[in-house]
Design a protein. Structure first.
Length: 278
């Protein structure tokens, strides 16, 4: 990846993270940790030119689909859609407020650019499998990207969907596992240890690619390889830092569902914008 593209993506990721801080502080509720951990992934998906998308035509035929299965991390999705032009910026201040289209979990009937309403953990991958099957029947070139959490991977429905995707050899579905190691009650290894997670996905018939969720070269390489592989489903295990970019939130499970106060917001934004000036 050339330096100009990388600089652009770093800037977009920082802008997404700043938007996350703004909307969560205004709302007074929501989930910062798991939103910040996948901001780089979302910046790449929506701003690298890799995906076939059109903000002016959100329901475009043969568009690539993105499903945020860990729907509580919707601030990163909303921020991305605002930055991409799907949603007017004034909505940023309305997160979780009565009458807003931006509720605590994504609603495909209200929010342009949301391909699936999610929230009940474990369900997004099943929906993605159904979409992938339907698109294959239509001879569509579109790909389905499903972002799941490592805490979410404790749900049995994830593994039922994993078996189905491999059984039907779905070469048009790409999973991205946000492996930040934390969930609401603590470290995933202590709550319900899922390791060796890469071996589990391989055993379920998926091609596995392991990367850093914060390295744009690795993200680009992984998604390129995943799109080229058509013999079955691909799972990209993205090793991430919960709360990435905000020093006092990083690797702290207390920031799973706690929102910043105005002082904390200002400190977070100062860190996020300051990092780009170095």
């Amino acid at each position: 990846m050339d330096s100009l593209k990388k600089e652009m993506l770093q800037k977009k990721a920082a802008e997404i993270r700043v938007d996350i801080m703004e909307m969560l502080c205004e709302a007074g509720s929501g989930h910062p940790g798991g939103s910040l951990s996948i901001a780089d992934i979302f910046a790449y998906l929506y701003f690298s030119g890799e995906l076939k998308l059109d903000p002016k035509n959100p329901l475009m035929k043969d568009r690539d689909r993105v499903i945020l299965s860990k729907g509580h991390a919707c601030p990163v999705l909303y921020s991305t859609l605002i930055e991409k032009g799907y949603i007017d910026r004034f909505n940023l201040k309305t997160l979780r407020k009565f009458g807003s289209i931006l509720q605590g979990h994504p609603d495909m009937k209200k929010v342009p650019g949301v391909d699936m309403s999610t929230g009940s953990l474990g369900q997004g991958l099943s929906v993605g499998v159904g979409m992938a099957l339907g698109l294959r029947l239509d001879n569509s070139p579109a790909n389905i990207f499903v972002i799941i959490g490592d805490g979410e991977s404790e749900e049995g429905q994830i593994w039922e969907a994993a078996m189905a995707a491999a059984h039907y050899k779905l070469g048009n579905i790409i999973g991205i596992l946000d492996k930040n190691g934390l969930q609401i009650d603590g470290f995933t290894k202590d709550i319900m240890n899922s390791e060796p997670i890469a071996d589990k996905w391989r055993a379920f018939g998926w091609k596995v690619i392991e990367i850093s969720a914060h390295n744009f070269d690795e993200i680009e390489n992984a998604i390129g390889k995943a799109k080229e592989f058509k013999d079955g489903p691909v799972m990209i295990i993205a090793n991430s830092v919960k709360g990435k970019g905000v020093s006092f939130m990083e690797n702290q499970c207390g920031w799973h569902g706690k929102t910043p106060n105005p002082e904390e917001r200002d400190k977070a934004i100062s860190e996020l914008t300051g990092a780009l000036k170095k």
